[in-house]
Design a protein around this ligand. Structure first.
Ligand SMILES: [Fe+2]
Ligand SMILES: [Fe+2]
Length: 188
């Protein structure tokens, strides 16, 4: 092979290799972010269970590991570059919530009902109803930001049973799951 031909092959191969390598790593970062995020929630649930069983030190260990998994998840997320300006992030959040309540959860609910899994259908239904509320709250924030304004200073409350999210005042009980308002969690 003439010298020049051999030389010209090298950058092409190098480029191909790095493109494949980068695509794979990007996939791996997303998978690792998902896995670490899930581990955080799983260990948080395990900690709560250990506390209920009176195993306070093991609960503490689960909480420590859960916190560490959040550090890992956020490190992976930062490398993916998915956290942008708040203006962009609100758009991303609205798209995600909208996909969930328009497509994902309706499909999941239908499948759960078809399979007779009532607990799953209820869990999906709670999330489905609340994602629409989240999309609306985010939209309000996005509209404010586009007009160069911040949102008015109000408290947010979350229903611990269905996740319903309230802005400012709260009703006596949750309109989705009927939980009494004294159980709602105030978000700071
Ligand atoms: Fe949501
Ligand atoms: Fe609720």
């Amino acid at each position: 092979m003439p010298f020049l031909a051999r030389y010209s092959l090298l950058p092409a191969c190098t480029l191909l290799f790095s493109v494949n390598f980068m695509a794979k790593t990007d996939e791996n970062l997303k998978a690792a972010f998902a896995g670490e995020s899930q581990a955080n929630r799983l260990y948080t649930a395990f900690a709560k269970k250990a506390d209920e069983e009176g195993l306070t030190q093991i609960a503490k260990l689960f909480r420590a590991a859960a916190e560490a998994e959040t550090v890992h998840a956020l490190n992976h997320l930062r490398v993916t570059g998915q956290v942008k300006s708040t203006l962009d992030n609100l758009g991303t959040a609205i798209s995600g919530e909208t996909y969930e309540f328009k497509k994902m959860y309706p499909d999941f609910i239908a499948e759960a009902k078809k399979e007779g899994n009532k607990a799953a259908a209820l869990s999906f239904d709670y999330a489905n109803q609340v994602e629409q509320i989240h999309a609306n709250l985010y939209q309000k924030a996005l509209d404010a930001l586009k007009n160069k304004k911040e949102l008015a200073k109000v408290d947010y409350w979350v229903c611990p049973v269905c996740g319903n999210t309230f802005e400012g005042s709260v009703p006596d009980s949750c309109p989705i799951c009927a939980t009494a308002k004294d159980k709602f969690m105030k978000i700071n």
